[in-house]
Design a binder for this molecule. Structure first.
Ligand SMILES: Cc1cc2nc3c(=O)[nH]c(=O)nc-3n(C[C@H](O)[C@H](O)[C@H](O)COP(=O)(O)OP(=O)(O)OC[C@H]3O[C@@H](n4cnc5c(N)ncnc54)[C@H](O)[C@@H]3O)c2cc1C
Length: 253
């Protein structure tokens, strides 16, 4: 974690405590790490000091925008039932790596799950475009409150369900007629859900959160961002604590 470029000598044969020796910390850091981390075993005072220094160091580097440090730790996540819409959005992030359930090899006939857009089920759903509530992207507040039109919402939901059934019917019929999965999939809607594996370094994930947890991102990728945050809180708790106070923060130029 402590970067070699700040050390006057080779760091490979030093203990973590030695490496962290020059780092300052405060009583607040010590209290915060004890509150944040729940370790099963009794820990030594030195352990807590190292943790407090880690917290202090990370907060300082994050405040300086010294994001190179966050490129070292990597995380892999398995996500179930992501719509193709969201898959298209998240895979735009080129520093993450992806494995996506194949529609060439996996048969999507039968009862495959589909995502249902929130504007079809939640009358209070907020959206940045035309919709039930206009949303201001900068202040993340509704511009104009409108009375939810529940009847229209229910009708739209019905239209969507019907379209899904028709796509599904077309897919199944083509499969029955001998069309290979890779071609029958052209009839599947963007709401089709796939399982996705994604991995990358901490900086790349923070960049995704910076763009995708905001009010102007779409609801599903915002929800995905919340789930990613829950994972990151276990994995990089001190960074998340800082991010919670200061974020979202621009990680890339
Ligand atoms: C609210 C929202 C709406 C969007 N709407 C659309 C849309 O309508 N149409 C559309 O096509 N896309 C849309 N996007 C996607 C957006 O344009 C980006 O492609 C996507 O968010 C990836 O983020 P990024 O550009 O930061 O790149 P990432 O791949 O996440 O890369 C991270 C950073 O690395 C650097 N970088 C990576 N690759 C390069 C490169 N080749 N050259 C120079 N620098 C690079 C940049 O600094 C970049 O910010 C939208 C995104 C958001 C958040």
């Amino acid at each position: 974690m402590a970067r070699g470029d700040m050390s006057p000598s080779y760091i490979g044969d030093k203990s973590y405590t030695e490496l962290m020796e020059p780092v300052d910390y405060t009583e607040r850091d010590l209290e915060a790490v004890k509150a944040l981390k729940s370790f099963e075993d009794e820990r030594s005072e030195q352990f807590w000091i190292d943790e407090a220094k880690t917290r202090a160091f990370l907060r300082k580097e994050a405040s300086r925008g010294h994001w190179g440090i966050w490129e070292h730790p990597s995380i892999g996540l398995a996500i179930e039932n992501m719509s193709v819409v969201t898959e298209r959005q998240v895979t735009r992030h080129r520093h993450l790596s992806f494995d996506i359930q194949s529609m060439r090899y996996v048969d999507f006939s039968g009862e495959k799950p589909y995502a249902t857009p929130a504007s079809l089920t939640d009358p209070e759903h907020k959206t940045r475009g035309e919709g039930l509530i206009w949303y201001d992207m900068q202040s993340e507040t509704p511009i104009e409150e409108q009375d939810p039109d529940v009847e229209s919402m229910e009708n739209a939901h019905h239209v969507y369900e019907k379209a899904l059934k028709n796509s599904s019917k077309a897919y199944n019929a083509m499969r029955d007629l001998g069309v290979p999965k890779e071609d029958a999939r052209y009839a599947l809607p963007l709401g089709t859900q796939v399982n996705v594996g994604m991995s990358g370094n901490a900086r790349s994930f923070l960049h995704v959160l910076n763009l995708r947890s905001r009010g102007d991102a779409q609801w599903e990728i915002q929800d995905l961002s919340d789930e990613i945050v829950a994972e990151l809180e276990e994995w990089i708790p001190y960074t998340c604590e800082w991010w919670d106070e200061k974020g979202p923060v621009q990680i890339s130029p």
